[in-house]
Design a protein around this ligand. Sequence first.
Ligand code: NAP
Length: 267
Amino acid sequence: MVAAGQLAGMFEYDFPVTLGRDFAGTVDALGDGVEGYSVGDRVFGVVMRSVLHDGSLAEYVTVSQTLGVAPLPTDVGDVEGGAVGLAGSAAIGALDLVTLTGDDTVLIAGATGGVGVIALQFAVKSGATVIATAKPGKEHLVRGLGAQHVVDYTGDIAAQVRAITPSGVQALLHFAGELDPLLDALADGGRLASTRGATQDAVGDRDVTATAVHAAPNTATLGRLASALADGTLTLPVQRRYAFDEVPQAFADFAAGTNGKLAVTVS
Ligand SMILES: NC(=O)c1ccc[n+]([C@@H]2O[C@H](COP(=O)([O-])OP(=O)(O)OC[C@H]3O[C@@H](n4cnc5c(N)ncnc54)[C@H](OP(=O)(O)O)[C@@H]3O)[C@@H](O)[C@H]2O)c1
């Protein structure tokens, strides 16, 4: 969205703009007053800026100690750590908003994407029954991550969901597609979290709770992701790795559709 100029009007573009948000690497230098890190420590995180200028497709990044960096455990690879930060923080933010239990059935719209593949695994871990969207040919990805049911997002999602659970789902994670057609899949009293900006205004007079997700890659959230990667609760499907000079190809491939994440090695 940054590269396509789609954030113009919402954020200031301060050119040259370096693309990329997520990163993993080692600490090169510490700012004044920073505690808990040493030069050479392995870290990962997200470059968070209100002005679009800095990015992670670079040899060096600067980040705040409180928002955008956490230690990377020894048993988590650079590629996984470097691909998890923003999508993982969004996934955790969404799950914290809908608080799943083993009695719930949850629909994940966009389950094959970067946020979706992470949220899906945490949802399965919660004990909830998971219905994931995928287009034909991609069912294996979400089934392999633990989804009990798969619905084809190129068809009528709500009808497919109601065929699985006639009373509808208790929770909806909205990571892709239009919200309106998904609302018919949600039971009365249900709750939804949207990374696409949908709030209570978007649900009209339906008896459901809707909240927009704002990813917050603070130390605690990044720590939860690191722990999950380290103990195997979370695996990160990385579809392809690119060298730095292949970044234009990575963007073209991303635009053409991805399963999970694409990773770039900068140095
Ligand atoms: N608010 C925040 O803090 C925050 C943070 C991170 C991301 N986001 C937003 O969250 C959304 C998801 O991010 P992402 O990184 O997961 O994106 P992504 O990697 O591009 O994934 C999107 C996925 O949705 C699938 N898809 C496309 N149309 C669909 C539809 N109509 N119904 C169901 N699935 C559909 C795509 O599958 P195919 O490729 O097979 O078509 C793709 O796997 C984006 O809109 C992103 O901007 C917001």
